[in-house]
Design a protein around this ligand. Sequence first.
Ligand code: PLP
Length: 475
Amino acid sequence: MTFLSDLELVAAALDRQITSARAGDLPVLEQRPMAAIIEDLQLERYAHEGGLEGNALQEFMDRYLHVIINLHQPGYLGHQVAVPHPAGALGALIDGLTNNPMAIYEMGPGAAAIEYFVLNWLLQKVGWTPSPLGSGRHSDGDHGGGVLTHGGSLANLTALIAARSALCPDAWRQGTRDELALMAPGNNHYSIERAVGILGLGTSNIYHVPTDARGAMDPDALPDALARIRRDGKTPLALVANACSTAVGIYDRLRPIGEYCREEGIWLHVDGAHGAAALLSPAYRHLLDGLELASSLTWDAHKMMRTPSVCAALLVRDHRAIDNAFSQDASYLIHDKEQPGFDFLHRAVECTKSGMGLKFYLVLAALGEAGLARYVERQYELAAQAYEYLKGLGWVEIPVEPQANILCFRVAGSDVHQLELRKRILAKGDFYITSTLFEGRRYLRLVFMNPDTTLDDVERLMGQIERFLADRHIA
Ligand SMILES: Cc1ncc(COP(=O)(O)O)c(C=O)c1O
């Protein structure tokens, strides 16, 4: 077995790649046709013959690293995916090789303990009571709870399952007699609608709450939305708020929203997949003021906490909602037993659950919470600086002043023109940016995920755009 020598060559190749990417010596992305990649990587050959190790592995790595998107390149201004800290990658390696599917304690006591610890750490950041360190299931006690999930979409789904079990404890066995409705702004992440579909609630039972010009939910519009639900003979299941919105990164005002939900007895789920990390920063925590009034929160480590995909948290203020959410038997897994730890299985959609807490924990332990807070602050500040710079240019339209690290803009011309421009930027390879619809119009979108991106990079990007605009091909 050549594990150590293969590891060494893989590590060396990765180190070279990341170093070159960070120095800007590589394109962010070079898209090649899929068939060519399959051929170039000799996928068929090694699937048939095996033996991809040593020199062959070295060659494979070289070829593979040519067809990745280089998140570490400072021109990466794309989707909300962490530019991972190397410590997180070590976590992925350790978890990959030990492969401890820790949803039952005995299949990974270390990973389960880390998940428990990490969840308590996150709960404390919200201002909710952490879980006691006792073992077994928590039958009572006023404290929070949570579970790490394979992504924010699954965390959102789990939140709505918990909300349903809190509202209709029999729903698991008997279904729901009442027609349930969800309140949400129209710009929430598509995983919310997907969760509603999966739960069989019917996506037509989503009642959209009007938003202001920045896309933030209008708390004064909540009574009307609730009245509409009741007039239609339905029962409100939950209200979902953004912290922050995916498209433009705007935070809903959680305090008045939370107070209203408390008064009306409605479950407030806050989708903080991207923006909950602002809780770590004394300078930006105010954006989530009132969060403690919510019932549940989605918070992705693999977005703004430098953790490799996937690692997301669903947190609940009252653990009972999630402890009762899935009422199932699985005799080979779930049975009474004496044990010194905690099973997460009954809180999770997944059966096999990776020890993903390790990836996040190693990042946290490398940077410390102050280091993680500094990262969030730096990225949010960069977006504010970029906003001022773009405003000063005078030839771009900016729909919303950023609150987070997301900045949208468009140049003169149609929606198609914006997409053409993006295509041209991607083809050049120095930058990777995304685009989004906001209030029915197409914008180019910069998300400052990369800790090496500076205002100089933004200036270079805008210089490139200016040159493209001067070039007749896309006018
Ligand atoms: C607000 C919000 N919620 C949920 C998600 C989905 O998270 P994941 O990609 O981890 O499933 C995203 C992803 O961008 C998001 O922005």
